[in-house]
Write a protein that binds this ligand. Structure first.
Ligand code: FES
Length: 281
């Protein structure tokens, strides 16, 4: 029997574009309805970045859509992927952009089956064996802590059980809702010291290359992968997940990773960890 995931029912369930499904969702429903129980809430809260205007269609077929699309609404003229708005993301898009970066990184906001995401590329395999002092970013796999600072486990405890959680072809996709109050952090949405094209190892708050949440300035380091813990707001249960590190600001913990796979060169998300996205109302 398909596994069920508890979600808050959308307050606007029944309105156009919002699927009328119950307070739980399974893998098949996710594919079919594009996570619309959550997106009813997303649409109400994401206006600052233009998500409010999105009409999220049900999946185009019974299999839904696993491909990740660029989302640059309102930033078509400034984001490097502005001309690619709503086009499927390919790995080559990120490789080409990272080649222009001092740190060998690139990132973009996206939409995946109705879910806001941020995809980042790190030229990890090329630079992992070179000194970190060269400023070239690479992934680090570490212990993680809960909101009290207590160590809860290592990223590799999770990736050993499911290697798909490791970066795929230097790519990491992140669920795009802040663990503070559920705004949408982004890649270089604003220009400041946290988002500049620089990198320092260790997952501290120095250096740039952070995802930045403009609501209350939380910062997340997409190069530091760790274990995190959070709470399902519908049923109060606590879950552990693979995430990227919270480097600073009021967010209590890091952001969940959505494992990806390449279909040809198109980036697709894997839908096996839906319970990781249940901490927002
Ligand atoms: S919602 Fe992101 S910092 Fe408050």
């Amino acid at each position: 029997m398909a596994r069920e995931y508890d979600l808050k029912p959308a307050p606007s369930a029944g309105e156009a574009g919002v699927a009328s499904i119950s307070s739980s969702i399974n893998r098949r429903q996710f594919l079919r309805y594009g996570f619309n129980t959550a997106t009813g809430v997303l649409a109400a809260s994401l206006g600052v970045l233009g998500f409010a205007s999105i009409l999220l269609p049900p999946g185009g077929s019974s299999e839904g859509e696993l491909g990740v699309k660029f989302w640059a609404k309102g930033r078509e003229d400034e984001a490097w992927y502005g001309a690619k708005h709503e086009q499927l993301m390919t790995r080559q898009d990120f490789v080409d952009e990272a080649a222009k970066s001092n740190t060998g990184t690139s990132g973009a906001s996206g939409i995946w089956n109705g879910v806001p995401v941020v995809v980042t590329y790190v030229t990890h395999s090329e630079y992992a064996a070179s000194p970190t002092s060269n400023g070239k970013a690479r992934f680090q796999f570490t212990e993680g802590v809960d909101e009290t600072g207590k160590t809860i486990g290592h990223f590799e405890d999770l990736s050993d059980a499911d290697p798909r959680l490791l970066p795929s072809d230097n790519l990491v996709m992140i669920f795009g809702r802040c663990t503070h109050l559920c705004c949408i952090p982004g890649w270089q949405l604003v220009s400041n010291s946290f988002t500049e094209d620089s990198w320092t190892p260790g997952g501290g708050d120095d250096g740039g290359t952070k995802l930045f949440c403009i609501c209350h300035s939380s910062r997340f380091d997409p190069t530091v992968l760790e274990m995190n813990t959070n709470r399902n707001r519908s049923n109060g249960s606590t879950f552990k997940y693979a995430g990227i590190r919270k480097a600073g600001g009021p967010a209590p913990v890091g952001l969940p990773i959505i494992p990806v796979v390449l279909n040809g060169d198109v980036i697709e998300g894997i839908v096996d960890y839906l319970d990781w996205y249940t901490y927002c109302d």
